[in-house]
Design a binder for this molecule. Structure first.
Ligand code: FAD
Length: 454
């Protein structure tokens, strides 16, 4: 056993969403065989599907997510553009409305990205995976159970439910749970006495109502991305809007604490008119709704600390939303999923020919996961600002608020700081760059000036 390299091993990935597809690509360079099992029948064209109900909603890809996808699938950005995604000059095309800045200065930061629907993005990722002969993608293959190895210290495969025959067992050396929910992993851990992982959680209680629109042909906008942020002291109402493929636009209106935009068009427009600024309302008041308005509730952000389980089962790896789900307002989930796949690829990088890689793989991945998750999770902490939510604020919360306010002020004045702040927000750079000089000194000074206005 000890001398068998990964080239003779099989990895099974459960779920062909953003986490499953990207992780399959990362594994393909190392494992002899990679099989992706997806519950849904996968549509030949980009369209919403039942296994990804959130796919009808606004899905922004951050520039850091695009960079990760490009790393995994060289030529990805070009393929996305060819499929109809809309090019975005981050900074210049973004109208960011937040208290004190309506809007924040729009500048060319020399950063590019794309906007599109979630189904289109997933479709393009899937096309890359389908073309890769090292990966077998099986749809209509719901996994019912992860199977324990005979010695019970790890996994040995999965059981797939079959529509017209008895269930099938597929042997695997590595089982990746990319189902978004982690129910299979949690069942396994519970059934075999491992206990459940510790969790960090931040109440969010947000509801999004989204619609796709065609704008009147004479519409002129000086932005492509609109983000209208709320004043948490007054209301949680917010908007995000951007163009998607096919000359369409998607608008999501969010509310918190039980508040949500109606799913009938007149009610939706009335709600848009109550936002802190009229920008979203003006953009869609004469637009044509395509299809229906849909609503999605998101109760809380959470992170499961699988690393807290002593002797985690060998060969079992939860990934992406199965580990951590963050308030969609921050648009990070898909980018985090792609970055986790890049991390896994890096972890595996130097090891392919080493003996018994599998016993080290998952613990090492968990150990390094903070390099991907720490910053997105810190962003999720912005929801501590909502007083109606039952959250215990961390002691450093007001310090963080002051830091963010100082950073925003400096970025509004200085294009170089604006670019740095954007690179961090887009997950292109770690937030630690803001603690390096000379920006750190200027930020410290800006925080002091605010604290002592004399
Ligand atoms: C309303 C809303 C808006 C969002 N907006 C954004 C955004 O703007 N930007 C962003 O980056 N992220 C956004 N997200 C988050 C994003 O959708 C997720 O982070 C991302 O999809 C996670 O990928 P995943 O692979 O873990 O799960 P998913 O992409 O959900 O995929 C899970 C897959 O597993 C399959 N599956 C489930 N169970 C089984 C089984 N037993 N057997 C086989 N297959 C199974 C499902 O069918 C599905 O295909 C949003 C989320 C919500 C709810």
């Amino acid at each position: 056993m000890a001398n068998v390299t990964l080239a003779s091993r099989r990895a099974v990935v459960i779920g062909a969403g953003m986490g499953g597809l990207t992780v399959a690509q990362a594994l393909a360079g190392h494992f002899g065989q990679v099989v992706v099992l997806e519950r849904d029948e996968l549509p030949p064209e980009p369209m919403p599907r039942p296994g990804v109900p959130q796919g009808r909603h606004v899905h922004a890809l951050l520039a850091g997510g695009l960079a990760a996808l490009e790393q995994l699938f060289p030529g990805f950005a070009q393929a996305l553009a060819a499929a109809g995604a809309v090019p975005i000059r981050v900074g210049l095309d973004s109208r960011l409305e937040q208290v004190g800045y309506d809007p924040f200065p729009q500048r060319d930061l020399d950063l590019w990205n794309y906007s599109m629907s979630r189904p289109l993005l997933e479709h393009v990722v899937r096309q890359f995976v389908e073309r890769d002969r090292r990966i077998e993608l099986r749809d209509a293959s719901p996994v019912r159970e992860i199977i324990a190895s005979p010695d019970r210290v790890g996994v040995s495969g999965v059981r797939i439910e079959k529509r017209r025959s008895a269930s099938e067992t597929l042997r695997a050396d590595l089982v990746v749970d990319a189902t978004g929910r982690a129910a299979l992993t949690l069942d396994f851990l519970h059934s075999w006495g491992y206990g459940l992982p510790e969790e960090s959680s931040i109440a969010v209680d947000i509801r999004y109502t989204c619609g796709v629109f065609i704008l009147p042909t004479d519409t002129t906008l000086d932005w492509k991305i609109l983000m209208t942020r709320p004043d948490p002291r007054v209301s949680g109402r917010r908007a995000i809007m951007f163009p998607i493929e096919g000359g369409r636009w998607i608008l999501g209106l969010g509310g918190v604490n039980g508040d949500s935009a109606p799913t009938d068009l007149p009610g939706f427009l009335d709600y848009a008119a109550t936002l802190r600024t009229p920008t979203a309302f003006r953009a869609v008041r004469n637009a044509q709704l395509q299809g229906e308005l849909t609503r999605f509730a998101f109760p809380r952000s959470f992170r499961r600390h699988f690393e807290s389980i002593p002797a985690f089962p060998r060969g079992l790896l939860p990934i992406a939303d199965a580990i951590c789900r963050i308030n969609p307002s921050f648009g990070q989930g898909m980018s985090v999923a792609a970055k986790e796949a890049v991390l896994l690829n890096q972890v595996l990088g130097g090891w392919t020919h080493m003996p018994d890689v599998l016993s080290r793989l998952v613990p090492t991945f968990f150990n390094r996961l903070d390099t991907v998750l720490a910053d997105p999770w810190a962003v999720a902490g912005q929801d501590y600002a909502y007083e109606h939510l039952i959250n215990e604020r961390p002691s450093e919360f007001s310090e963080k608020v002051n830091f963010q306010a100082a950073l925003t002020r400096l970025a509004a004045e200085d294009p170089a700081v604006h670019r740095l702040m954007t690179e961090v927000a887009q997950l292109l750079k770690p937030s630690s760059v803001l603690r390096e000089s000379p920006v750190a000194e200027r930020l410290a000074q800006a925080m002091r000036v605010k604290a002592d206005p004399t």
